[in-house]
Design a protein around this ligand. Structure first.
Ligand code: MN
Length: 134
């Protein structure tokens, strides 16, 4: 499986789903959104040991107004952040997604990935360490 992982119901049907709806609402308001999603960690397996259950699921987003030449339109003010949602109990499915919001830097540290690496390093550093408050 390359595009889905076992997710606890209170994760997938709770803040995870709410955040996906939030991203859809931004898109319908005229934004263009880069979304990177993945699992991290290992809290066990299912299917006879063939499928890992991740400890957390995460997303990283970068939000621009609709347009072209996206890379050239990224500035120090560009909004970028992530969420890291537990995939283990206890997780109340009513927990607002904003409670799991983190910086891009935090997701980079958690996963070892370097997101948005095409953005010039100074701008990348600024937008990746900024705490999103919207
Ligand atoms: Mn980066």
């Amino acid at each position: 499986m390359t595009n889905f992982v076992p997710q606890m119901g209170s994760n997938n049907q709770g803040p995870w789903n709410d955040f996906e709806n939030y991203c859809r609402s931004l898109a319908s308001q005229g934004k263009e959104i880069y979304i990177i999603t993945g699992p991290v960690g290992n809290i066990g397996t299912i299917a006879g040991g063939r499928i890992v259950v991740p400890q957390y699921t995460w997303k990283v987003v970068l939000i621009l107004p609709n347009g072209s030449n996206d890379l050239q339109r990224v500035t120090r003010s560009t909004r970028a952040f992530g969420i890291v949602v537990p995939n283990f109990p206890p997780l109340n499915s009513n927990t607002p997604w904003r409670q799991f919001r983190v910086t891009v830097d935090a997701v980079e540290n958690l996963t070892g990935y370097n997101f948005f690496s095409a953005i010039p390093i100074n701008t990348q550093a600024i937008i990746e360490r900024r705490r999103d408050v919207q």
